[in-house]
Design a protein around this ligand. Structure first.
Ligand code: SF4
Ligand code: SF4
Length: 458
C-alpha cells in the first residue's frame, strides 16, 4: 500500500488512537400522507383523566361506600343505607352504563377507562423507562449488576405507588382522614390496618407480576363482552384486500395483550385499544399507504367516523336493540335524578300515638300525643320548627326549634293541646308543617286531632 510521508508523519505525531468512523444516522422515512393516527395519545389523556377521577372521587365524597359509618356517598350526597330508592337507582344506572357501553362500543371500558389496565400499562412503561435510564447512567456496570439495580429501583418505586393506590382504593370504603391516621400510626393490628396492608401487598404483586394477565384470566368483564357484543358492536379489525401487509409485525409488538390482530378481531384478549391501528398507520404511511387495521362497526362493516354514515349510526345507534338500551339507561338516569332531587337533608317523620286517643288534663284541656322521628343526614347542625294549620286555638307542646347535631338520629314525643270546646267533637283534620334549616326544606303531614264525643266518653 502506498502511504505518503506526510501521512506517516501525521500518524506518528498523533498519540491518540484514531477515532472510530461515525456512521451517519439513517433518517426515518417520512410519512408522506401523514395521517398520524392518535389513539395512543387519546388513550393516554383519557387514562390520565381517569386516574385523577379515581384519586379524587372519595376525597370529595363523590363516591364512597363508607363501611364504618354505613353511608353511601354519591355526587356529594350523604345517603343512608335505608335510602334504598337512590342506592337502587344508582347501582342500576351504573350497571346499565356498563351494559350499554359494551353493546355499543365493545371493550371501550377495558381499553380506555379500566384502572387495572391504566396501572398495568403505567407499571410496564415505568419498568422500561427505569431499565433505559439505568443502562444510560450506569453503563460502566456489568449487565447483571445493571439488571439488579434497575429491578431494585423499579420495585421500590412500585412499592410506594402501591401504598398510594391502596390508600385511594380503601378511601372508597373508609373516610380518607381516618385512613391517614391509621397509616401514620403504622396500624397493622386492627381490621382496617390489616385490610390496608393486604391491599398494598395485592396491588404490588398485581402490578409487578400479573398486570394484563388479570384481564384474560380473572376478570369476568372480558367474557361478558362476548355475550353483549354483536354484529354492530365497535371493534378493531384487520383488513388487507390488496396483500399490502409487509409483515413488519409492529402491530404485534405494540400490543400489550400479546396477540396478533390479523388472526381475528374476536380474540378474547383484544381490548380494542387501537394501539395496533396507530402502529400500522405509522409503518405503512411511510410507504404512502393507508393502515390496514381500523376501528369498524362490526366485522367488515362501516369504518368508525365515516362521514357518509347518518349521525345516529355514527354514534352507535345502529339498530332498535341499541335504541332500547339507551332509553332504559335514560330511564334509570332520570329515576336517579328524581330520587336525588326529592331527597331531604333532614328526615322528618310525624305519626300519631294512638295508644290513648286523647287525654283531658286537669285544666280541662284536650291533649293528643304524637311521635317525631328525626335524622340529620347533613354534616352540619340542623334546626327544625313545626307549625299547626287548620287547628284553631291549638298549640304544640315541644321545645322549638329542635336542634340536631350532624348525623344525629332522635325520637321525640310531644302533645298538641286544644282548649275544651274550641274544636268540634270527634275527629278534626289538620296539618303539621315542618321547616328545616339549612336548605329551607318544608313538608306537610295530614293528621287528626281527637276530641271527646259523647260516644267516646261513655
Ligand atoms: S403493522 Fe401493519 S403492515 Fe405491519 S405487520 Fe401489522 S398489519 Fe402488517
Ligand atoms: S390487538 Fe390491537 S386493539 Fe387489540 S389489544 Fe392488541 S393493540 Fe389493542
Amino acid at each position: 500500500m502506498d502511504i505518503s510521508t506526510e501521512k506517516i508523519d501525521q500518524i506518528a505525531s498523533n498519540s491518540q488512537p484514531a477515532a472510530k468512523p461515525v456512521r451517519p444516522r439513517l433518517k426515518p422515512i417520512a410519512n408522506p400522507i401523514a395521517p398520524k393516527s392518535t389513539y395512543h395519545k387519546m388513550r393516554r389523556w383519557i387514562q390520565f383523566g381517569c386516574f385523577l377521577i379515581f384519586v379524587l372521587l372519595p376525597f370529595f365524597n363523590i363516591m364512597r361506600f363508607d363501611i364504618p359509618k354505613q353511608r353511601f356517598y354519591f355526587a356529594g350526597y350523604e345517603l343512608w343505607i335505608n335510602e334504598f330508592g337512590i342506592i337502587f337507582f344508582s347501582l342500576l344506572f351504573f350497571l346499565y352504563v356498563i351494559t350499554a357501553a359494551s353493546m355499543l362500543y365493545g371493550r371501550v371500558y377495558c381499553s380506555y377507562f379500566c384502572p387495572q389496565m391504566i396501572f398495568s400499562e403505567a407499571s410496564l412503561a415505568l419498568q422500561d423507562k427505569i431499565k433505559r435510564q439505568t443502562g444510560k447512567k450506569f453503563g460502566k456496570l456489568g449487565a447483571k449488576q445493571r439488571q439488579w439495580l434497575s429491578a431494585a429501583i423499579f420495585y421500590s418505586v412500585l412499592l410506594i405507588a402501591s401504598i398510594f393506590l391502596s390508600f385511594v382504593f380503601i378511601s372508597y370504603f373508609v373516610e380518607p382522614r381516618d385512613l391517614i391516621q391509621r397509616l401514620m400510626a403504622l396500624d397493622i393490628r386492627t381490621y382496617g390496618g390489616i385490610a390496608g396492608a393486604s391491599t398494598t401487598l395485592i396491588t404490588f404483586l398485581d402490578f409487578a407480576f400479573v398486570r394484563q394477565r388479570f384481564c384474560t384470566t380473572v376478570c369476568p368483564y372480558g367474557y361478558l363482552q362476548g355475550m353483549l357484543g354483536d354484529k354492530n358492536t365497535l371493534l378493531v379489525e384487520y383488513r388487507d384486500a390488496g396483500n399490502d401487509c409487509i409483515e413488519c409485525k409492529k402491530c404485534v409488538k405494540v400490543c400489550h395483550m400479546g396477540i396478533d390482530i390479523r388472526k381475528s378481531p374476536y380474540q378474547i384478549e383484544c381490548i380494542h385499544c387501537g394501539e395496533c391501528v396507530d402502529a400500522c398507520v405509522d409503518i405503512l404511511g411511510r410507504f404512502g399507504k393507508d393502515g390496514l387495521i381500523h376501528y369498524t362497526w362490526g366485522e367488515k362493516n362501516e369504518l368508525l367516523g365515516d362521514k357518509r354514515t347518518p349521525w345516529h349510526r355514527r354514534i352507535g345507534l345502529r339498530d332498535a336493540k341499541r335504541v332500547v338500551v339507551v332509553l332504559v339507561l335514560l330511564f334509570y338516569a332520570s329515576g336517579l335524578f328524581t330520587a336525588l332531587s326529592m331527597r331531604k337533608n333532614v328526615l322528618v317523620r310525624i305519626s300519631p300515638d294512638r295508644s290513648v286517643l286523647y287525654r283531658v288534663g286537669e285544666d280541662g284541656k284536650i291533649y293528643n300525643k304524637f311521635r317525631l322521628n328525626l335524622a340529620n343526614r347533613l354534616g352540619t347542625e340542623a334546626t327544625l320548627v313545626i307549625e299547626l294549620q287548620n287547628l284553631p286555638d291549638a298549640a304544640i307542646l315541644l321545645d322549638q326549634p329542635v336542634r340536631l347535631k350532624p348525623g344525629e338520629e332522635v325520637q321525640h314525643e310531644f302533645e298538641v293541646v286544644s282548649a275544651a270546646g274550641a274544636l268540634p267533637q270527634g275527629v278534626n283534620h289538620f296539618l303539621f308543617t315542618s321547616h328545616v334549616q339549612p336548605g329551607d326544606e318544608s313538608q306537610t303531614y295530614e293528621m287528626t286531632f281527637i276530641t271527646p264525643t259523647e260516644r267516646i266518653a261513655r
